[in-house]
Design a protein around this ligand. Sequence first.
Ligand SMILES: O=C(O)C(=O)C[C@]1(C(=O)O)C=C[C@@H](O)C=C1
Length: 123
Amino acid sequence: MSTSQTDRPDESDEAVIEPVLDESVRAQLTRLRESIDNIDAAVVHMLAERFKCTQQVGHLKARHHLPPADPGREARQIARLRQLAESAKLDPAFAEKLLNFIIAEVIRHHETIADGTRAPDTR
Ligand SMILES: O=C(O)C(=O)C[C@]1(C(=O)O)C=C[C@@H](O)C=C1
């Protein structure tokens, strides 16, 4: 059975039934979703540019035997981003989580670069 006692379709229903929307509501939703798609595209492009920079940092660090992570730099970035978030009315905790998520990925890339730069084990 795919309907509950309340006669509402449950999640196992295969066909998703689109509610009938007022034309103006549909138009507003479409316009907002177009903006969301543009913003998501900008985020992807900005992240790609950021990763291009951090890849160069990774190579520089590996060449000069610097550690992948720099906790002091991260603390300054987090403090700055939290302030920016507050003035932009964005949750600072969310901004911090997002930056930490990105930095964790960057550190992983730095480690991979450093592993490739290291001389092969001759034992
Ligand atoms: O600035 C650096 O040293 C970086 O490696 C870049 C970066 C970042 O993604 O912003 C990543 C790792 C460090 O711990 C700090 C910052």
